[in-house]
Design a protein around this ligand. Structure first.
Ligand code: PMP
Length: 398
């Protein structure tokens, strides 16, 4: 029966990465793939992660099975990081946590869980949103609806359009919100907007689903979790998917967490039983190494401090690059306003050029980004900034 299959086109980002690797241009720049990069263009293992791994090599005594929920200690420490240790939902034991294979695993299992709650579940996602949200959520059988979010002309969130669309949602619908560092736009809700969204959703009986894959890479660990924590205080039911891929640099170790918040401890335990049975039937239990690293770091004050310091350096590098990019563009004779890049958060922004211009950047200058012009700001560095700005000037003026 395999002879009837047709080939699925390669993921455009992975296809682009392959062309980048083959490109021999000495000044080539990769702004495509969504990983953090340092000044040398590398994605290093974080210092605290290296130390935690060295400790684990000495202290681990078994590779025996764990459980569908993964490590309880990891779950507890990540819950404190995400919600804040004193959050009422933790004190009231209303949260079920599951260590998952990355943020993707958390998103998919959240969708499987939500689909199990109702066969008419609809989830609202932002336009645009991270491309993988659609297959992860839709593949579990959730119906996808979209609310307008980033306006390419305004170079900012069209907040009125977002609220108007959510006004049309039905009671019980789920709304996916990016906790911070919106991917692909970098445009985040401010606190006033978070509160307005919460008010609308409470009034309409909608259920929040927060995807937070970049905690600590926007404004700070606590600052970035503002929306998630505020919603968790107000809503009886909510789900949240988080990832340690970016903020611990654990991409390939597949380390994430799914949180389900229920109205009370008893309902949380029942929801947990449903979730764990779904996990059991999908991948049985999550891989353990990445979670063991995170658990070790969060449980040791010195390692935790080292990790937070390096995460702070990464965050400041990204915001510094955003400022220097805008300053370099302003200092050139490019006659267009790119100041929005400074007002956005995390690794991504839309440069705001058209697909033909993106192609010219690639063909004429070996600068790679996806067709939508989403760029990974962390792919820039001081050594390539002038080259990048002169290439941008050339494509804008030609
Ligand atoms: N959500 C968003 C918005 C993301 O950008 C990512 C990573 N690109 C993820 C979730 C999940 O990442 P991972 O599965 O690698 O942890």
């Amino acid at each position: 029966m395999f002879e009837h299959l047709s080939a699925v086109p390669q993921d455009p980002i992975l296809a682009m990465l392959a062309s980048y690797r083959e490109d021999t241009h000495p000044q080539k720049i990769d702004l495509g793939i969504g990983v953090y990069k340092n000044d040398q263009g590398d994605t290093p293992i974080m210092r605290a992660v290296q130390q935690a791994e060295a400790r684990l090599l000495q202290s681990e005594t078994t590779k025996s099975y764990t459980a569908p929920a993964g490590s309880p200690v990891y779950n507890e420490r990540v819950a404190a990081l995400v919600f804040g240790a004193e959050h009422p939902v933790l004190k009231d034991r209303r949260v079920v946590s599951a260590q998952t294979p990355g943020g993707c695993g958390a998103l998919r299992m959240a969708a499987e869980f939500l689909r199990g709650c109702s066969d008419r579940s609809k989830v609202w996602v932002s336009t645009p949103t991270w491309a993988n949200h659609m297959p992860l959520l839709g593949g579990a059988g959730l119906q996808i609806c979209q609310y307008p979010y980033y306006d390419h002309d305004l170079k900012a969130i069209d907040f009125d359009a977002m609220l108007s669309a959510l006004e049309t949602a039905d009671r019980g619908d789920i709304v996916l919100l990016h906790g911070c560092c919106h991917n692909p736009s970098g445009a985040d809700l401010n606190r006033e907007q978070w509160l307005a969204v919460a008010e609308l959703m409470q009034r309409k009986g909608l259920i929040p689903f927060v995807d937070m894959a970049y905690q600590g890479l926007g404004s700070g660990l606590d600052e970035d979790a503002y929306g998630l924590r505020m919603l968790a205080e107000r809503f009886p039911e909510m789900v949240a998917a988080t990832s340690c891929s970016k903020n611990f640099g654990l991409y390939r170790e597949r380390t994430g967490t799914l949180f389900i918040i229920a109205a009370n401890a008893e309902q949380a335990a029942t929801a947990g039983s449903q979730l764990f049975s779904k996990i059991r039937s999908h991948y049985s239990m999550p891989p353990s190494h990445g979670a063991a690293i995170v658990e070790t770091i969060l449980g040791d004050p010195a390692l935790n401090q080292e990790w937070q310091t390096e995460l702070g350096e990464m965050r400041e590098r990204i915001s510094g690059l955003r400022q220097r990019l805008v300053a370099s563009i302003n200092a050139s004779d490019i006659d267009a306003d790119f100041s929005f890049i400074e007002r956005q958060f995390g690794m991504f922004s839309f440069l705001g050029i058209n697909p033909q211009q993106v192609e010219r950047l690639r063909l004429n200058h070996s600068i790679y980004m996806i067709d939508s012009s989403r760029m990974n700001v962390a792919g820039l560095n001081d050594a390539c900034m002038d080259y990048f700005v002169s290439a941008l000037r050339e494509v804008l003026n030609s």
